[in-house]
Design a protein around this ligand. Structure first.
Ligand code: AN7
Length: 359
C-alpha cells in the first residue's frame, strides 16, 4: 500500500513510552503531531541570527497543548473506573477536559476565574457540556478548592498535578527531536503552572537517556511580569497579566520546573504585557501564525535573549506556541481596531480602497 497508517493520536504512536496496557480503552481526538514551523522573517526583522522554530500546539484538537496531557489523564481516569473529572483552569485545561470527557462519556466539572478567561475557551467548556463553575477568585483559589473537593467527592483531578498529564505532554519533546533529527540547543516555553516545561524536560531526558539523541536542550521559561513567581523566587498572591492563560501566582509544578532549569542549565525570565502582545502581532503579521497572548511569551523572551546574546547566534531554538489565537478574539481585535475599513457596497469605493493600498 502506498499509504501510511492513519494517525490516531499520541497514545497509539508512543504506546511503548506511556503507561497504558494493550487493552486500555484510549480516549483520543487525534492530538499531537503538530507542525514545527521555521520562522523565516521574524529573527531577521529584529536583528538576531538564530535558527528559530515554533511548535504550533494551537493546532491540537481543542486548540492547545493541554490535549496531549488530557488524552492520557482521561484515558487513565476511565481505566480506573472514574465517572467524572474536575479541574481548575485559566481556560485551556477546562476546554480540553470538557472535550475529552464528552468523548469518553463522563462528566466534567471546571472551576474558572470569573471574568478572566478568554471567550473561546469559555465557549468550548460550555459547548462540550461541562459543568462550569465560575468562582469569585483566581486560578490559584480554584486549584485549592479542586484539591479540597476531590478529597471528598468521587472525581478525578485532571490538572497537571495528575502525573498522567505530564506523561502525555512529554511527547511534544519526542516529536521535536524526531523532526529536527537532534535536540534543539534551547527550548523556550511560557510558564504558568509549570507543568509543560516539566513535561518537556521529562521527554528530552528520556530520549537522551535511551540513547536516541546525544544532547538535551537548555530549558528557558518565560512568565508575564505580573505573574512571575519563578523570577521572584516566591509565590505571587495577586497575579495580573493580559495573558490570562498564565495568570497564575502559585505554580503547582514548582519543584519540577526548578529541576528542569537546574539540570538543563536554563533560566526563568519575565516579559511585560507589551512585549507579549508585540510578539503575538509579529508572529501573526510576519509569519501567518496566530497564537494566543500567553503563547507569544515564549517568542517575546527568546527574541530578547537572542538579541542580548544570552542565546548565542547560530543556536537552534524551539519556542512552544501553546494555544491558538482564536481562543482570545477580544484581545486580538482590541489590538487592531483600525484595520477594518467600512465602504459602500459599490465598485468605485472598493476599487479606490484597494488601489490606495497597493504600491
Ligand atoms: C496557552 O488552562 O493552566 O506552565 O488552566 O493555557 O504548564 O501551566 C493554562 C496554562 C501556557 C502555561 N500557555 O502552561 C489552564 C492553564 C497557555 C496555557 C500555559 C497555559 P503550564
Amino acid at each position: 500500500m502506498p499509504f501510511r497508517p492513519r494517525y490516531t493520536g499520541l497514545i497509539d504512536k508512543y504506546r511503548d513510552r506511556l503507561p497504558v496496557r494493550d487493552d486500555t480503552r484510549v480516549i483520543s481526538l487525534g492530538e499531537g503531531n503538530t507542525p514545527l514551523i521555521r520562522l523565516n522573517h521574524v529573527p531577521g526583522d529584529i536583528g538576531c541570527a538564530i535558527d528559530l522554530y515554533v511548535k504550533y500546539e494551537g493546532l491540537n484538537p481543542t486548540g492547545s497543548f493541554k490535549d496531549r496531557g488530557m488524552t492520557m489523564a482521561v484515558t487513565k481516569a476511565v481505566e480506573e473506573g472514574s465517572r467524572a473529572v474536575i479541574c481548575a483552569s485559566t481556560g485551556n485545561t477546562s476546554a480540553s477536559a470538557a472535550a475529552y470527557a464528552a468523548r469518553a462519556g463522563i462528566r466534567a466539572f471546571v472551576l474558572i476565574p470569573e471574568g478572566k478567561i478568554a471567550l473561546g475557551k469559555l465557549a468550548q467548556a460550555m459547548m462540550h457540556g461541562a459543568v462550569v463553575l465560575q468562582i469569585r477568585g483566581n486560578f490559584d483559589a480554584g486549584m485549592r478548592l479542586v484539591k479540597e473537593v476531590a478529597a471528598e467527592a468521587p472525581v478525578t483531578i485532571v490538572n497537571s498535578i495528575n502525573p498522567f498529564r505530564l506523561q502525555g505532554q512529554k511527547t511534544a519533546a519526542f516529536e521535536i527531536i524526531e523532526e529536527l533529527e537532534c535536540a534543539p540547543d534551547y527550548h523556550c516555553l511560557p510558564v504558568g503552572n509549570a507543568g509543560n516545561i516539566s513535561a518537556h524536560w521529562l521527554g528530552y531526558r528520556e530520549y537522551y537517556e535511551h540513547g536516541i539523541v546525544n544532547s538535551r536542550p537548555v530549558m528557558v521559561g518565560y512568565q508575564a511580569s505580573g505573574a512571575a513567581p519563578f523570577l521572584r523566587g516566591a509565590m505571587v498572591d495577586h497575579p495580573e497579566t493580559v495573558a490570562t492563560a498564565i495568570r497564575i501566582g502559585h505554580p503547582q509544578s514548582w519543584d519540577k520546573a526548578w529541576t528542569a532549569q537546574k539540570e538543563s542549565g536554563g533560566w526563568f525570565d519575565e516579559c511585560s504585557d507589551e512585549e507579549i502582545l508585540a510578539a503575538q502581532r509579529l508572529l501573526a503579521g510576519r509569519e501567518g501564525i496566530f497564537c494566543e497572548p500567553a503563547s507569544a511569551t515564549s517568542v517575546a523572551g527568546a527574541l530578547r535573549d537572542a538579541r542580548a546574546g544570552r542565546i548565542p547566534a547560530g543556536s537552534k531554538v524551539v519556542c512552544t506556541l501553546t494555544g491558538h489565537g482564536l481562543k482570545d478574539p477580544d484581545i486580538a481585535i482590541a489590538q487592531c481596531g483600525d484595520r477594518v475599513t467600512t465602504v459602500p457596497a459599490e465598485l468605485e469605493a472598493v476599487r479606490g480602497a484597494i488601489l490606495d493600498r497597493l504600491e
